[in-house]
Design a protein. Structure first.
Length: 420
């Protein structure tokens, strides 16, 4: 039925009512004049004349409807006369819902979205530029730290609310500060979308918890024990690729995700380099001879994994099952092998990320350059790399001990020679 350029007549009203009953849904029919005049029919057979208008503000204005009366009470011509009166009020900038009062038609303030709705809007506009890990972290923060605020309108959330909740998370300072950063990001987005006034971010001024950066540098004996455990695990099918992936991390310091998702098309064993796609972008990383020796045998072992275009795609394929044969090694497979290797090696109080600290510390000790550490590790800024330039590791301590001992020996011998 054409509802756009037809006059609303008794015959057309009857057709609209029959269509609503037949389709078992509400049916709207609009009249060509005046604009906004129409008829709404229900599946029950009832119908009413209505007038629809928009409050000022362009697209930001809200659509409003006024019910003129039932079709059994008014004829189309009688309802049209009333609708023309409403249209005239709107044209004069007055509110047709209060005729005779001369009340101005003011823009209605749109309802403020909840924090959860704001997050969904943020995802809709930013999911393409953010990594899945970042988005998962933001979801986790909203679900855990800010659950009590999720359904509150954002214009009701104040700094005292944020500060109070943040202060209660003293036992997990790192997670609390990351959650605070997520909230700040969302409210900055709300300001850009004009959902809150500029400068009204309630996170501003909330003091962060003090964090103690944990930097665990492995000893030479621990490195040897972990390496031996990983080599033995590679003989077990379910640990084969995961253990090799962990050894790669021990040699390169790459992030777990960077190593897990490494593809053969990004590896050049002859040129001894690989393209790494990390959270700070894509970088070209050199491959040391031990790394090439580790990867070379895998090129034949992984050729049996993958379906279709994914055939032999990943350096470390998942072995979780048939449905995952086309996927890279999963994080839980990597973690499972890591926990087993730590158990076998007997190394205590160590995390997967500590392998990255180890390599960064060795590079910093050898080169004395934060820039070299940044290039190798793919850090976002040099300031992150600076703390690795002079860590006192077991390897460094052993070197200085040997140097000092040698000097003492030389000095003692020289002294004895002089005395004699």
């Amino acid at each position: 039925m054409d509802n756009s350029n037809a006059k609303l007549t008794q015959k057309r009203v009857g057709m609209v009512i029959r269509e609503a009953m037949r389709e078992k849904r509400d049916v709207m029919a609009w009249c060509v004049e005046p604009k906004g005049f129409g008829c709404r029919a229900r599946p029950s057979g009832g119908a009413s004349y209505i007038f629809q208008f928009r409050t000022p503000g362009g697209r930001a204005g809200r659509t409003q409807k006024i019910t003129i009366g039932k079709t059994t009470t008014f004829s189309p011509e009688e309802a049209r006369v009333i609708a023309r009166g409403y249209a005239q009020e709107v044209a004069l900038g007055r509110d047709p819902r209060r005729p005779g009062e001369g009340a101005a038609l003011e823009p209605e303030k749109p309802s403020s979205p909840t924090l959860r709705a704001l997050f969904e809007l943020f995802l809709e506009q930013n999911h393409a530029r953010l990594s899945p890990k970042t988005l998962d972290g933001m979801r986790s923060h909203l679900r855990a730290q800010w659950a009590d605020m999720a359904e509150r309108p954002i214009d009701e959330i104040r700094r005292i609310d944020v500060a109070g909740r943040h202060a209660a998370l003293t036992e997990t300072p790192y997670a609390a500060n990351r959650a605070l950063a997520t909230l700040s990001t969302l409210f900055s987005f709300a300001e850009r979308m004009e959902l809150r006034p500029i400068g009204s971010n309630p996170v501003r001024g909330v003091q962060k918890h003090k964090e103690s950066h944990r930097e665990r540098f492995m000893t030479a004996d621990e490195i040897a024990a972990l390496w031996t455990a990983l080599v033995s695990l590679e003989a077990i099918p379910r640990h084969r690729f995961a253990a090799a992936c962990i050894r790669l991390g021990l040699l390169t310091g790459w992030r777990v995700g960077e190593a897990r998702t490494l593809e053969w098309r990004d590896v050049d064993l002859n040129g001894r380099e690989a393209m790494i796609h990390g959270k700070t972008g894509t970088r070209c990383a050199p491959l040391a001879p031990p790394v090439c020796a580790l990867l070379a045998p895998l090129s034949q072992a992984t050729v049996h994994y993958g379906l279709g275009e994914h055939h032999g795609r990943y350096v470390f394929p998942s072995t979780a099952g048939v449905t995952d044969e086309f996927a890279p090694l999963t994080d839980w497979e990597h973690r499972r092998s890591w926990e087993k290797a730590v158990e076998v090696s007997g190394v205590e109080n160590i995390r997967r990320h500590d392998l990255r600290h180890l390599v960064a510390g060795v590079i910093g000790m050898q080169t004395g350059s934060a820039l070299r550490v940044k290039e190798a590790m793919g850090h976002r800024s040099v300031s992150v790399s600076e703390r690795y330039v002079s860590p006192i590791s077991d390897l460094q301590r052993r070197s200085t001990d040997q140097a000092a001992a040698l000097i003492v020996d030389l000095a003692t011998q020289k002294t004895k020679a002089v005395v004699v």
